[in-house]
Design a protein around this ligand. Sequence first.
Ligand SMILES: C[S@@+](CC[C@H](N)C(=O)[O-])C[C@H]1O[C@@H](n2cnc3c(N)ncnc32)[C@H](O)[C@@H]1O
Length: 262
Amino acid sequence: MEKKLYYLPVYYDTAFSYDITGELNFFIACFEAYADIEVSRILEPACGSGRLLLPLAERGYHVLGYDISEEMVAYTRDKIAQVGLNGRAEVVLGDMRTREFKETFDAALNLLNTIGYLLSDADILRHFKAVSRSLRRGGIYIVELACAPAHPRTQEQPEDTWTAERDGVTVQTTWHTERYDYARKRKYNICKMHVMDGIQKKQFMFIEPHILRLWFAEDVKRLSAAGGFVLKAIYNQGFDRIPLDAPLNGELGNLYFVLKKE
Ligand SMILES: C[S@@+](CC[C@H](N)C(=O)[O-])C[C@H]1O[C@@H](n2cnc3c(N)ncnc32)[C@H](O)[C@@H]1O
């Protein structure tokens, strides 16, 4: 997957450098509420620039992340060393479809619709099985994703644009869904990034397509169950609990699915 967004980690990390304290507290509350075992070792598939990995390690967890992008892995490894978290946080190369670790983790986290890069049922199932085999019994897997909109209005769909600045680097990012394909379960996104790097004295822009799985709640339930998980809870972005049998659609925004290996 040759995506500039994921091969330029410093700019990705700047773009997504918002405060995640509320989300961290929510994950820790979920560990306590849903895991049957004490959570001390956490796996993060597709961990990117370590946005979550490092704060979790700072809170005392042992964390291991993996990512398919060598650049992301090298960048995150450097960050871990710089803040002196070696021994508590680790990052390795890996593909969500295949990477697994033998029953060594108590919890796993997969954020920001990243599981959507797995397009086919077969790949999603391989991933759930790999994570399930990596968790101890009673451990949980929290997956964040958005479901398909009930009423897609691609023409009027507003672009989601934000600007972030850090250490002399300013990044303006835009995500836009161009098209939904309900039959093939695909969502066609465009990512635009305008980078103004005051340190390296350069400016550039790129525009690239990102094709993601178009999720339906029944697919999350069916594939996670086939992969060895039981769906325990669903939460919205405000961390409000949504009934398991509620109709789920994209209008609800990104949702957290709390899955348990029983
Ligand atoms: C939207 S970023 C999310 C990164 C991180 N989870 C976070 O919350 O910031 C998506 C990440 O998934 C990685 N990725 C995409 N497909 C992957 C795959 N098949 N296996 C492992 N990593 C993958 C990309 O390299 C990128 O770092």
